[in-house]
Design a protein around this ligand. Structure first.
Ligand SMILES: Cc1cc2nc3c(=O)[nH]c(=O)nc-3n(C[C@H](O)[C@H](O)[C@H](O)COP(=O)(O)OP(=O)(O)OC[C@H]3O[C@@H](n4cnc5c(N)ncnc54)[C@H](O)[C@@H]3O)c2cc1C
Length: 380
């Protein structure tokens, strides 16, 4: 139960391995992927070989069993290199959350081996054209037909969608009954009636695949429903509470990458005959960046620790995500500022980091949605 600020030996060894991998394999290619918008399959496969494909899987399936604190530590390291590549693997973890919370052992046996042993990808399919923040308002239907459910509807903005083998899909039995009438399903993307629409061209996270998924009379056996009928919304909220510290750690890693680059630049760049790092105006910016990164890390550490100790706290998870996402936007913007005109150019990595940071205030609950959760909690 005690809370500490050190990682154990296994965690530290993995942190070192991931740092080396990011330095050697991710940082050299991130700008090219950002430019081409190609999906980073070679890097994703190498990360799967390191055991990073589905890190939150139970140990039985070769998951890491490092707890949320350890997994956040790994995500922070990966995101320090490239948020887009890191989010591909993070999407596997989010897609797996409803399976972890609502699935039976048989369902776990169905879901995890493909991800952990074969390097398959998964996607979490909740958002729709008419319902993003308002998860209770989704329209994709699941109509009971004997032992099957028939899924119809369209999901949008789904990370990994076109490259995924497996989906967790939220659908409604009766939209008029709101969040009490929703269920989650595990769906194989090869099932008849599943197809993909357009891929989005995005300002950031450009190598991460984001696309539409269309369900046209998709027949799903009842054994693939997670939990009881009507458990879907509850599972979606639990999944977000569990996953938000992962986003917070990703934001911390992204900010760290930008901070380090700007700090090193400030040590070398000359203006008025001195290194710009000698100017107090630049020192204060770097000091604020360092403070905020540390504060964000402490928040995700606490939120993750609460989860690891069976004290899931929606408000702490929301605080960690909200603070870290806002922080990453401030820090990456200031990194661009410290580089001056060079910061605005694609030859330097900080403009990509600034573009990548924006998504952190939007997905897995916008900055406003997090404040709604925190506001409710402080007024309860
Ligand atoms: C790159 C990317 C990847 C994504 N990956 C996934 C994924 O893998 N799976 C998935 O299911 N979804 C995914 N999403 C969708 C994402 O979660 C939604 O875009 C997000 O939840 C916001 O929903 P929306 O876009 O419909 O915005 P809206 O809900 O329409 O919100 C628009 C604006 O209104 C504000 N707003 C809404 N309601 C309130 C309120 N009550 N009070 C105050 N302000 C409010 C919002 O904060 C926002 O600023 C992804 C999106 C992107 C861009």
């Amino acid at each position: 139960m005690a809370f500490g600020f050190t990682y154990n030996e296994d965690q530290l060894a993995l942190k070192k391995t991931v740092r080396k991998f990011v330095e050697n394999e991710i940082i050299p290619v991130r700008a090219a992927y950002d430019e081409s918008e190609e999906f980073p399959w070679p890097e994703v496969k190498k990360m799967a070989d390191l055991g990073l494909n589905c890190m939150n899987a139970p140990e039985k399936y070769n998951g890491m069993e490092f707890g949320h604190v350890g997994l956040c530590m790994v995500i922070e390291e990966m995101s320090r290199g490239c948020l887009g590549i890191a989010m591909t693997l993070k999407a596997n973890m989010l897609a797996s959350e409803p399976v972890l919370y609502g699935g039976t052992e048989e369902q776990w046996d169905d879901w995890f081996p493909g991800l952990c042993e074969e390097g398959q990808l998964a996607a979490y399919a909740v958002t729709e054209p008419g319902a993003g923040s308002d998860v209770a308002g989704i329209s994709t239907t699941c109509k009971k037909d004997g032992d099957y459910y028939i899924l119809n509807g369209t999901k949008i903005f789904i990370t990994n969608a076109k490259h995924a083998d497996k989906l967790t899909v939220l659908a409604t039995h009766d939209k008029t009954k709101g969040n009490r009438a929703q269920s989650f399903f595990m769906v194989d993307t090869k099932t008849e009636g599943v197809s993909f629409g357009k891929s989005e061209h995005k300002m950031g996270l450009r190598c991460s695949e984001t696309s539409e998924i269309i369900f046209d009379n998709v027949k799903v056996h009842k054994k693939y429903r997670l939990g009881e009928e009507g458990d879907g919304f509850k599972l979606a909220m639990k999944s977000f509470n569990s996953s938000r510290p992962f986003v917070a750690s990703a934001a911390t890693g992204l900010a760290m990458g930008a901070f380090e680059f700007a700090r090193d630049y400030a040590r070398e760049r000359k203006a008025f005959g001195r290194n710009i790092g000698d100017f107090q105006g630049i020192q204060f910016m770097l000091a604020d960046m360092a403070m905020e990164i540390e504060a964000a890390r402490l928040l995700w550490q606490k939120a993750a620790w609460l989860l690891d100790n069976n004290m899931m706290a929606a408000d702490l998870s929301a605080m960690s995500k909200c603070f870290a996402a806002d922080m990453a936007n401030r820090v990456t913007t200031n990194a661009v500022q410290i580089l001056g005109g060079y910061g605005f150019c694609r030859d330097y990595p900080v403009e990509k980091m600034m573009r990548d940071a924006k998504i952190l205030q939007i997905f897995e609950g916008t900055a406003q949605v997090q404040r709604i959760i925190i506001g409710k909690s402080v007024l309860a």
